[in-house]
Design a protein around this ligand. Structure first.
Ligand code: 5GP
Ligand code: ZN
Length: 128
């Protein structure tokens, strides 16, 4: 048996990862889950979320390199599966907000993937 992944009992993304809260899931494996954002800022807007409770990129250490590598390979695959148009006319935006100044609202690491025809709703600050 492998040890259970660290989790935060009050964390909504830990609850979604554990299946205790509903979400529109598009991918799940041992390490991570991907699901649609409840308040989409673009026609396609989902997030890749490690099942382990890692608060943000600020907590990254060497052991997170492989996990983030997997997420960054999976993001374009899922983006295309979800209907993002091909590069370069189409494409997608990948965002990781970190901390208050970084615009992070949910303190469980998540990688946003946004795509679809412009214009998009603003949601991550007027510069975006
Ligand atoms: P952050 O600002 O932390 O980078 O992004 C958090 C995102 O999580 C927001 O875009 C918000 O709409 C989304 N979100 C917050 N609560 C829930 C929820 O319960 N379910 C889903 N699917 N998304 C959520
Ligand atoms: Zn969590």
């Amino acid at each position: 048996m492998t040890a259970p992944l660290p989790r935060d009992p009050g964390c909504i993304f830990c609850k979604i990862a554990a299946g205790e809260l509903p979400a529109r899931k598009i991918h799940e494996d041992d390490e991570l889950i991907a699901f649609y954002d409840i308040a989409p800022k673009a026609p396609i807007h989902f997030m890749l979320v490690p099942k382990e409770h890692i608060p943000s990129t600020a907590q990254f250490g060497p052991r997170h390199a492989a996990l983030m590598g997997r997420i960054m390979l999976l993001a374009p695959k899922l983006a295309q599966e979800q209907g993002c148009a091909p590069y370069p006319e189409g494409g997608w935006r990948i965002i990781i907000n970190t901390g208050r100044h970084g615009g992070q609202e949910v303190p469980h690491l998540h990688v946003h993937v946004l795509g679809g025809p412009r214009p998009w709703k603003w949601g991550f600050g007027p510069e975006l």
